[in-house]
Design a protein around this ligand. Sequence first.
Ligand code: GLU
Length: 467
Amino acid sequence: MSMRVRFAPSPTGSLHLGGVRTALYNFLLAKKNGGAFVIRVEDTDLERNQQGAENNQLADLAWLGIEADEGPNNPGDYGPYYQSKRQDIYQQHAETLVKEGKAFYCFLTDAELDALHSHENRQLKSPYRDTSLEEAQAKIDAGESCVIRFKNNWDDRVFQFDDLVHGTTELAGDMVGDFVLIRSNKQPVYNFCCAVDDHLMAISHVLRGEEHLSNTLRQLMIYDAFGWDIPQFGHLSMILGANRKKLSKRDDAVSVKDFVSSGYLPQAILNYVALLGWSHSDGEEKFTLDEMISSFTLDRVNKSPAMFDRDKLNWLNHYHLNQYRSEEVAQALQDISSSPLLNDTVWFEQFWTLIGHQFHTLLEVNDTLAFFEQHEIRDKELLLGEGRDVVTTFQGILSNESNYSEEAFLSAMKATGEQMGVKGKRLFAPIRVALIGIQSGMELKVIGALMTKDQVLERINAALLVG
Ligand code: GLU
């Protein structure tokens, strides 16, 4: 049987780091082994579904470069790939279990359920679990509301499986009660849909976060009731935030959308996420997606929690950004920037060649571009007294320069220093303020190279008016 894995997002919000990792590891596993990577949208929780969330999540995955072999946008032989379009399948399967006595109609009201929970200190065993089908049918015909529950007869059984990450894992059957398969509004619940779909979609490996471990127990019971073979399960460890608590959407900006707006590249995010719980056998940390595919193995997936470390993400983003050619950077910047300088390919290439190496994120690139677009004098006080004289002298020398170049700019500065008897900061800071508004932050020779003589003189004129 060939390998088939899936990523099964619920459209209840945006795609976060944990989801990216689950998607990536499944994707790498499939690609490494010539298998299929399937996307299935688990949208049966009507109350929690958010309008448009699935399309946003699918777009985020595509932006990252994680493309499905089968899924909502490219259906294969196992569709539909939205659970909301598979309701009949779940209903039919639930009825099969009811007929076989492995599930039952349960008529407990919410109040009765609450009363049972407060009286009994164990998982629910419904009083309707042995009600005959005829009796149940009569109640349904009389208009009574009911759910379909799984009949959990496994209080004394321990379910054992060989977890792909954690090894032999045991889950006691009495950790759950008679759990719901189909709600009273006919909506099936996640655990039921998931087990039915993983079986019908011939999923061979289920790799997901360890928060699903208790679901795995319910799903094992469902597989067992149908007599189906179980897939190989693997549960990925938690991702912790800087405070060593589970990474929280509130404390850390960790959605793909946040990463895009903060200027991270898809390659860097994937590279970073790959290392959140997996390591290369020879310690290598920088990879392209193809390199990750060829080196990914489950035996190097770590059991212990991973720590989100923004410095490391920045380091990897710096690395991948520096692999980009200037036109690729300009293209990537379109997501967050509307700078007209991106369209000036010659200028932008020079900019990138001169200072590209210093940036960690596209946001930093964009902030630096702003210096060449706007001219806001922030450190005004440096354009008073001696500073003003320095700038005026520099202006005079430079305007007499007939062949403007970076060298001419630098020699005009040197001549200014000699003429005024100043050097170092006393010379550089006022000129920098006149040209980019602040006293430090960009090398003067870079400014000289990236501005024309007219721009330099225009900026000096404007600055002297403000200062
Ligand atoms: N829909 C579930 C979630 O978003 C996925 C569970 C699974 O992978 O089985 O958490």
